[in-house]
Design a binder for this molecule. Structure first.
Ligand code: ZN
Length: 273
C-alpha cells in the first residue's frame, strides 16, 4: 500500500505532465471506487487548467483553474500510467485525463480501495477526508514535543499511534516499522512512556527514513516516466519490514513479527526496546 514517499513520487510524476496544462478529454469508466466518483467529473474538467499538484498525507490534491480541487487517494492498489497519446484503456483503468499536449494520465485500481473527489478549494481544510489529518511528518510542526504531548493521554502502543492518520499524516505499516527500528524503539512500547530522548530519536528517524524513500522514488521515477510506465510503487531497501525469520542487519538476531491492530509489525527484539 502506497505511503507518503510513494504518494509524493506519484504526485511529482503527475506534476510533470499536468502542471499548467489544459485538460481536453476525460474518460470515466465506472460510477464508484471506494466511494462514488463525482458525476460532474466528465462535464467539469474539460477545458480546465491544472495547477501545481500538492500532497496532504496520502492524498494527492490537484488545484484547478476553476478554484476546485481534484483529490485522489491510491488506496491499496491504485497506480497511474502516463501515455504520449490516447491509449486503449484496460480492464482496471477507471479514470483517464487527456491533455492539450495529447498526453494522457490513466488511473487504474484493481482492488478499488482508492478514491477520487472534486470539491471547491474553499473547503480544503474542512473536507471530510482531510480535516482530521495530523501534521505532515516532514513539516516543522512535527517535533519531539508534539509526540510527547500527543501521546500523553494515549493507552496504545507506539506503533499503533504512528499508524493513526489523526496523529501524523502519511505514515503506514512499512515506514512505521522501519522508523521504529532505526530509532531502537520496540513497537510494543506504550506510546505515552516515550521520554524526550526517545521522542527525539523517533522524530529524527521518521524524517530520515521518509526523505530517503522519497529520494529513492525520485531516482526510480526517471525509469517510470515513459509511455505506459506505471507510477506508484518502487522497491525500498528495507531493514525489518517483510524480513521475519531473517537476521537483523545490525545485531544478527532473528527479526520477529507480531500482529498489532490487525497489522503485521516486524522488529528486532534485541535492537528495539
Ligand atoms: Zn538487531
Amino acid at each position: 500500500m502506497p505511503e507518503l514517499p510513494e504518494v509524493e513520487t506519484v504526485k511529482r510524476a503527475i506534476a510533470s505532465i499536468a502542471s499548467g496544462k489544459k485538460i481536453t478529454d476525460i474518460f470515466v469508466g465506472r460510477k464508484n471506487l471506494r466511494w462514488p466518483i463525482p458525476t460532474s467529473l466528465n462535464k467539469t474538467l474539460k477545458g480546465v487548467i491544472c495547477k501545481q499538484p500538492q500532497r496532504r498525507g496520502k492524498y494527492i490534491l490537484i488545484p484547478l483553474s476553476t478554484k476546485q480541487i481534484l483529490l485522489i487517494h491510491l488506496g491499496m492498489s491504485g497506480a497511474f500510467r502516463i501515455y504520449k497519446s490516447r491509449p486503449n484503456f484496460q480492464k482496471h483503468d477507471h479514470i483517464a485525463i487527456g491533455f492539450e499536449s495529447e498526453e494522457w494520465l490513466v488511473f487504474s485500481d484493481p482492488r478499488r480501495f482508492g478514491c477520487v473527489d472534486l470539491f471547491k478549494e474553499e473547503y480544503v481544510l474542512s473536507h471530510w477526508l482531510l480535516k482530521n489529518l495530523g501534521p505532515e511528518p516532514l513539516s516543522q510542526e512535527f517535533t519531539p514535543d508534539y509526540i510527547i504531548t500527543k501521546t500523553a493521554s494515549k493507552t496504545c502502543s507506539i506503533k499503533t499511534f504512528l499508524l493513526d492518520q489523526r496523529n501524523i499524516a502519511g505514515i503506514g505499516n512499512i515506514y512505521a516499522s522501519e522508523a521504529l527500528f532505526r530509532a531502537g524503539i520496540s513497537p510494543k512500547r506504550q506510546a505515552r512512556t516515550l521520554k524526550k530522548k526517545r521522542a527525539e530519536k523517533l522524530v529524527d528517524s521518521i524524517k530520515v527514513i521518509l526523505l530517503k524513500a522519497i529520494d529513492a522514488g525520485g531516482t526510480s521515477l526517471r525509469d517510470y516516466i515513459q509511455p505506459g510506465g506505471e507510477i506508484g510503487y518502487f522497491i525500498q531497501s528495507l531493514q525489518v519490514y517483510g524480513r521475519s525469520g531473517e537476521p537483523c542487519l545490525d545485531c544478527g538476531s532473528i527479526i520477529k513479527e507480531l500482529k498489532q491492530s490487525g497489522r503485521t509489525t516486524f522488529y528486532c527484539s534485541l535492537c528495539q526496546r
